[in-house]
Design a protein around this ligand. Sequence first.
Ligand code: NAD
Length: 257
Amino acid sequence: MPWLGLGVFQMQDGPEVKNAVTAALELGYRSIDTAAGYRNEQGVGEAVRESPVPRDEIFITTKLANGDHDRAMEAFEESLDRLGMDYVDLYLIHWPVTGKFQKSWKVLEEIHASGRAKAIGVSNFQIHHLEELKQDSAMTPMVNQVEFHPFLTQEPLREYCQSEDIQIEAWSPLGQGQLLDNAVLQDMAEKYGKTPAQILLRWDLQHQAVTIPKSVKRHRMQENADVFDFELSAADMQSLDALNKDHRFGPDPDTFV
Ligand code: NAD
């Protein structure tokens, strides 16, 4: 799984998402994160099909929507149809819908066994959800995609996932853009000759978190991908960690579904 991908939440299906995915692939991105709930799988699929980059060099993630738990297999097949693909690289349960996700996980296991999702995982699962899942499942989720940035460092969850061999993937790594004017971050950006966004994304990577920043602008995509040529010191990692205030820009998984 690539360490960096393009998130396409809130991109309009059609030209907006298509142009963004096309630009990302041209710039060297090899991972795209969509979801049935984003309603733009079709545009993602078109851009991938029209790209000169072979399908097997691109990592496609999509997700089971909250309203589809009682028809998970059908919903997955509809996602494949909209994407125009015969497999995805990663299929995730988007949110831990209470009383439903255990049954859906068995469907994901079946999908994985059929080869139509090369990997399966979850999103927005807290430790207690993962513990509950573990009680009655054959496979451990390979990935847990959660909100993760210096205002929400998720330390217990990250430790738990590491011990269970579950890869953490960071959503809203830039705090939906709202973290970028933080003073600590801005000082650090100046010190490293990088931008605040690059510091945040580098922080993800050094925490072994896969990261999927969203932008529709080519120059920002380029900026966000340029994070492999420097390293934050241990002290600077700690200064960023110290910004934690368990603040969520997105919904709380314990109250949202
Ligand atoms: P993000 O933290 O990636 O921030 C995106 C916003 O930051 C953009 O709209 C843009 O305005 C701004 N931005 C991007 N690059 C910038 C740069 N270099 N300089 C200045 N501003 C910049 O927010 P996000 O879209 O919420 O999260 C990223 C992806 O994570 C989503 O697109 C989606 O794929 C995924 N996601 C998943 C879930 C989930 O429940 N699993 C929830 C939210 C998001």
